[in-house]
Design a protein around this ligand. Structure first.
Ligand code: DCP
Ligand code: MG
Length: 356
């Protein structure tokens, strides 16, 4: 059956929150990020600042050059989280079929809510107006019959827009879409494609499936489908995850620190990858062991900031291991867990990237 999926994405989220909370910033080029000249990065910029070419992930230094009169503001993650929670409450008042992608964007499956009296566009507009009423912030939405088209649609007419992609306009829209705007085509793939002369959806559409598989391997088929408006309509509805852990049972009891630590480092990497996949981080690291005599011991430690990188996890796990492992007592199992899980507030960056 055909589904109706909405993708909702707040407009210039962090910057808009700053402008909302501080009216003096309204209508001005606001750049949220690290203030440091050498190390800071831009988290986002208001639409006024974007006119100067400032964008997310750009070094603050470059942003200064492009927009010398820009107002540089530090991020207030707690505030963004608070608003994100308010937005989620609104989503929940419509449906439980929600797939959050980050603090400011989510997919909603509203198939069941559409009927002869209420169109999917009306539902999207109603959600957006609820968000505005509750938070004073504007958002954009995209509506389509699958997820990636809904996401493309929400970005097409930003800000404050509601855009529908349907069977009758899908190819027309995809054909002229710059290749970098296809979800899943990151910076690296985009460069590669541009180098091959694939600039738009039409260029992609004109390539055969075989050709795409030859050029892009496993992803070839998905690209072939994306050029044709074909994609999944199944939401990954998030269950709340309390902890992420990995453990190994040895095939014989071990006592050699170097050997055990090498395993612990591997486990830390696996935990990190899991956290990374879901854009999560955690504040508590636990190391547990079981001795050859089946006694279980564990130690845990609170971290300074939420962590997710394998070297950070291993850093804590390393000292916990030395606390919990008794000399000359061989162990049969070791595990590491990160709990105190929260959603990551910045993508592919750590808090240090924002330090002044
Ligand atoms: N963000 C970040 N680092 C990035 C990208 C984004 O910290 N590289 C943060 C700041 C953004 C928020 O996530 O405000 C949401 O990201 P979006 O990609 O949705 O960007 P915006 O909401 O800022 O702008 P747009 O209106 O284009 O959605
Ligand atoms: Mg956004």
């Amino acid at each position: 059956m055909e589904k109706r999926i909405i993708h909702i994405d707040m407009d210039a989220f962090y910057a808009q929150v700053e402008q909302h909370d501080n009216p003096e910033l309204r209508g001005k080029p606001v750049i949220v990020g690290g203030r440091s000249f050498n190390r800071g990065v831009v988290a986002t910029a208001s639409y006024e600042a974007r006119k100067f070419g400032v964008h997310s992930a750009m070094p603050t230094k470059t942003a200064h050059k492009l927009c010398p009169d820009g107002i540089f503001v530090h991020p207030r993650f707690e505030r963004y989280k608070e608003i994100s929670a308010q937005i989620r409450e609104i989503f929940l008042s419509y449906t439980e079929l929600i797939e959050p992608l980050s603090l400011d964007e989510a997919y909603l499956d509203i198939t069941e809510l559409v009927n002869r009296e209420t169109s999917s566009r009306e539902i999207a507009l109603s959600i957006q107006s609820d968000i505005f009423e509750k938070t004073g912030l504007t958002s954009s939405s995209g509506i389509s019959y699958n997820k990636y088209l809904a996401k493309i649609a929400s970005g097409m007419n930003k800000p404050k827009a509601t855009t529908v992609i349907d069977y009758n306009n899908v190819l027309e829209i995809l054909h002229v879409l710059p290749i970098g705007k296809f979800p899943g085509v990151g910076k690296v793939t985009e460069e590669k494609m541009l180098g091959m002369g694939i600039k738009t959806g039409k260029d992609l559409y004109d390539l055969s499936k075989n050709d795409l598989i030859l050029k892009f391997g496993k992803r070839g088929e998905s690209l072939y489908n994306k050029a044709r408006g074909i994609g999944t309509n199944e939401l990954t509805v998030q269950r709340e995850r309390k902890s992420v852990g990995k453990e190994t049972t040895f095939n014989y009891d071990r006592n050699d620190d170097a050997e055990i630590l090498a395993v612990l480092e591997e486990l830390s990497k696996k935990v990190s990858t899991r956290l990374d996949d879901r854009q999560l981080a955690g504040r508590v690291v636990t190391v547990k062991i079981k001795t050859g005599g089946f006694e279980a011991h564990s130690r845990q430690m609170m971290t300074m900031d939420p962590i997710f990188k394998s070297e950070d996890i291993y850093h804590y796990a390393y000292s916990l291991y030395h606390e919990v492992k008794e000399q000359d007592v061989p162990i049969r199992l070791i595990g590491v867990t990160v709990s105190g899980i929260e959603e990551r507030l910045y993508r592919n960056m750590t808090i240090y990237d924002f330090i002044m």
